[in-house]
Design a protein around this ligand. Structure first.
Ligand SMILES: Cc1cc2nc3c(=O)[nH]c(=O)nc-3n(C[C@H](O)[C@H](O)[C@H](O)COP(=O)(O)OP(=O)(O)OC[C@H]3O[C@@H](n4cnc5c(N)ncnc54)[C@H](O)[C@@H]3O)c2cc1C
Length: 569
C-alpha cells in the first residue's frame, strides 16, 4: 500500500502548484489525476491572470476591486492575502519559464479585464492556462524523485481513520480497472469545479464536482454554493467560451438595434463591468426582445473594432473558435454570444491555508471556497486563486506532515468501492441511461438556476434534482469491461454532480436576496442586514448511501477595511 506525506487529487493549476510547493518543502508527494495532467480544465484558461505589477498599481486597489466584484460577500482577509502575494507569484511563474506577453519596452504587458480599475491582467496570447500548466508540469518532472504521478487514476472516495482524520483515498487505475488504497498523512483536494452540472457550459466534460461531493460526503461543509457564474460571452450554439480578453482588447456588445446597450447598465465600465452585471444586462436585452439571431436568443460581440493584426496576435485561439464552431471570421464580422454557465464561486469551505474542517483534508482551486470570490469572481482572478492557495495548501500540508506519524488507514473501505462499481456494472437495462439523466440535470439547472432565479423555478429544480437522484441509483451503463471504462466512471460522476446540484439549489432557495450571481426576481434588492453572511451546507447524517439531505448553517463574512456600499460600474 503506497504511502505519502501529501497526496493531491487533481493536476490542474491548483494541484500542480501544491505539488511543487510540497516537494520544495521536502515532503514526499503523490499527485493523482483522472486525465493526463495537461488535459485538466486549467489548460483551457485563456485570458490571463491578475496581479498589481504595474508601477502605478497597488495590491490594495486589486483587493478593493475584488471585494466590490464579490458584492461584499468575499472574505477580506483571504482577498488581502491573494492580492498582496499576486505580484510575487506571477514573477515566480515568469522566472520558471512562462512566456508572458511583453510590451514594446520589454516589460510584462497587461490587458484590461472586467471589474478592474486599471489594466492588471498578465497573459500569454489567449492560451495563458496552457502556458502555465505546461511550465508547472516541467517543474514536477524536475522533482520526479519526490513526486509520484498517478496519471489516469480516478479517486472514488476519501478515507478516514477511526478518529475521523482524512488518511488517504481509494482510487481506480483507469487503464486497468484495478482499485487501490493510497495512504497519506494529508490529502489536498484540487479537483476543479462542477461546470458539467449545467448544460451548456464552458467547462470540459471532466469538470464534474468530484472533490466537492467527496468532501461533502465525509462531513466537510460547502460554502457559497448558490453563487454560480454565468460568463457574458459564450457561443449561442454550444456554450463555448469567448474570452473576456476580447472585451479587454476593445470588443463591444450590440443588441438588435445596433445599440451599445451597456451604456444603460454600467455607464462607466461599459462592457468591462463585472461579469454578473454584464450577463444580467445581456439577459435583460434578450428577454425584452432586443436579442439577435434565431429566436432572438443572442447578442452581438463585435471584435472588428480591434485592429486585425492585434486580434490575430493576442486572440488567435478565439479566431479559430469563431471559424470552427460558429463559421464566423471574428476579425471581419460580429459573432453571436449569450451568457453561459462558467464557474462555481462556492465549494469546500477552507481557511487561508486550504485547511477544511476535516483534519488532514485540504482544498485549493475551484473546488475550494476560501472565499475570495464571494458572490461574483472577477475575470483572471481564478488562475491567481489556484496558484496562491494551491501553494499555501502544499506548504502547510508539507509542514504538518513533518510532525506526525502515518495514520492507520484501513483497507476495508476498498471492498465497499469495489462492490459499488460491481453493482453499477450489474444494473439491468430497465432504468435510464446515465447520459439521459445528466442531460436533464443540465437543462433544468440552466433553465431555473441561471442568471435570473425565483422561488417557483428553484423549487421545481429542486424537485427534479431529487427525482434524478433516485433515478441515478438504477442508471445503467453499456460498457462492462475493466480497461478504460469511462462509462462506469460517468455513473460515479453523475452522483457527484447531483450532490453539487442539490447544494446549489438549496443555497439559492435559502438566500432570499439578490447579490452577485444570485439574482432573485422575487427579492431584487441586496439585503445586508439579513444576508451579509455565508451559507454553509453540510450533509445530514442519515439517508441513503450515508448522505442525508443538506443542512444549512451560516458563517460571518470577514470584513477588514472595506465596508459594504452600493455597487455601481
Ligand atoms: C474555458 C475556460 C477559460 C477560463 N479562462 C480563465 C482565465 O483566463 N483566467 C482565469 O483566472 N480563470 C479562467 N478560467 C477558470 C479557471 O481556468 C479554472 O477555475 C481553474 O483553472 C481551475 O483549476 P483547478 O486546478 O482548480 O482545477 P482543474 O484545472 O479543473 O483540474 C482539476 C483536476 O482534478 C482532477 N480530478 C477531478 N476529479 C478527479 C477524480 N475523481 N479523481 C482523480 N482526479 C480528479 C482532474 O483530472 C484535473 O487534473 C477559465 C475556465 C474555463 C472553463
Amino acid at each position: 500500500m503506497p504511502a505519502h506525506d501529501v497526496l493531491i487529487i487533481g493536476a490542474g493549476l491548483a494541484g500542480q502548484r501544491a505539488a511543487l510547493a510540497a516537494a520544495q518543502a521536502g515532503a514526499s508527494v503523490a499527485i493523482v489525476s483522472k486525465v493526463h495532467p495537461v488535459r485538466s480544465h486549467s489548460v483551457a484558461a485563456a485570458g490571463g491572470i491578475n496581479a498589481a505589477i504595474s508601477v502605478d498599481d497597488d495590491w490594495h486597489s486589486h483587493a478593493y476591486d475584488t471585494v466590490k466584484g464579490s458584492d461584499f460577500l468575499g472574505d477580506q482577509d483571504a482577498i488581502e492575502i491573494m492580492c498582496s502575494e499576486a505580484p510575487h507569484e506571477v514573477m515566480h511563474l515568469e522566472h520558471i519559464g512562462v512566456t508572458f506577453h511583453r510590451n514594446d519596452k520589454g516589460e510584462l504587458d497587461l490587458r484590461a479585464f472586467g471589474g478592474a480599475s486599471m489594466k492588471r491582467t498578465a497573459y500569454v496570447a489567449d492560451i495563458t492556462g496552457q502556458a502555465i500548466l505546461h511550465v508547472l508540469y516541467e517543474q514536477l518532472m524536475k522533482h520526479h524523485e519526490q513526486v509520484e504521478r498517478y496519471e489516469e487514476w480516478f479517486v472514488t472516495s476519501l478515507l478516514q481513520d477511526d478518529s475521523g482524520r482524512c488518511c488517504g483515498v481509494i482510487a481506480r487505475d483507469v487503464r486497468s480497472g484495478r482499485m487501490e488504497v493510497l495512504k497519506a498523512k494529508n490529502v489536498i483536494l484540487a479537483c476543479g469545479g462542477a461546470g458539467q452540472v449545467y448544460s451548456p457550459t464552458t467547462n470540459a466534460l471532466i469538470v464534474t464536482g468530484d472533490g466537492i461531493a467527496q468532501a461533502y460526503r465525509i462531513g466537510a461543509p460547502l460554502m457559497d454554493m448558490e453563487m454560480v457564474q454565468y460568463h457574458p460571452t459564450t457561443l449561442v450554439e454550444n456554450g463555448i467560451l469567448i474570452t473576456e480578453g476580447a472585451r479587454g482588447e476593445g470588443a463591444t456588445l450590440l443588441n438588435s438595434d445596433g445599440e451599445r446597450f451597456m451604456e444603460k447598465y454600467a455607464p462607466n465600465k461599459m462592457e468591462l463591468a463585472s461579469r454578473d452585471v454584464v450577463s444580467r444586462a445581456e439577459q435583460t436585452e434578450i428577454l425584452e426582445g432586443r436579442g439577435v439571431g434565431p429566436q432572438k436568443a443572442g447578442i452581438y460581440l463585435d471584435i472588428t473594432k480591434v485592429p486585425r493584426k492585434r486580434t490575430l496576435e493576442a486572440l488567435r485561439e478565439i479566431v479559430n473558435i469563431g471559424k470552427d464552431f460558429a463559421g464566423v471570421d471574428i476579425t471581419r464580422e460580429p459573432i453571436m454570444i449569450r451568457p453561459g454557465a462558467h464557474y462555481i464561486m462556492g465549494g469546500v469551505k477552507t481557511d487561508v491555508n486550504g485547511a477544511t474542517s476535516v483534519e488532514g483534508l485540504y482544498a485549493a482551486g475551484e473546488v475550494a471556497c476560501v472565499s475570495v470570490h464571494g458572490g461574483n469572481r472577477l475575470g483572471a482572478n481564478s488562475l491567481l486563486d489556484t496558484l496562491i492557495f494551491g501553494r499555501r495548501a502544499g506548504e502547510h500540508a508539507a509542514a504538518r506532515a513533518t510532525s506526525m506519524a502515518l495514520p492507520s488507514a484501513s483497507e476495508a473501505r476498498l471492498g465497499d468501492d469495489v462492490a459499488m462499481i460491481d453493482a453499477i456494472l450489474a444494473r439491468p437495462r430497465t432504468g435510464r441511461r446515465v447520459s439521459e439523466i445528466k442531460g436533464e440535470l443540465g437543462e433544468t439547472m440552466n433553465k431555473h438556476v441561471a442568471v435570473y432565479r425565483d422561488e417557483q423555478g428553484l423549487q421545481s429544480a429542486h424537485e427534479v434534482v431529487r427525482r434524478l437522484k433516485e433515478e441515478a441509483k438504477s442508471a445503467y451503463v453499456d460498457d462492462h469491461g475493466a480497461v478504460f471504462n469511462q462509462d462506469v466512471l460517468g455513473a460515479i460522476e453523475l452522483g457527484y454532480m447531483l450532490d453539487c446540484a442539490e447544494a446549489i439549489v438549496v443555497g439559492a432557495i435559502e438566500r432570499k436576496e439578490s447579490r452577485g450571481a444570485q439574482f432573485r426576481t422575487d427579492y431584487p434588492e441586496r439585503n445586508d442586514e439579513q444576508w451579509l453572511k455565508h451559507i454553509d451546507i453540510t450533509a445530514g447524517a442519515d439517508g441513503v448511501g450515508g448522505v442525508g439531505g443538506p443542512r444549512i448553517t451560516y458563517s460571518p463574512v470577514t470584513i477588514t477595511q472595506w465596508q459594504p456600499e452600493e455597487r455601481k460600474y
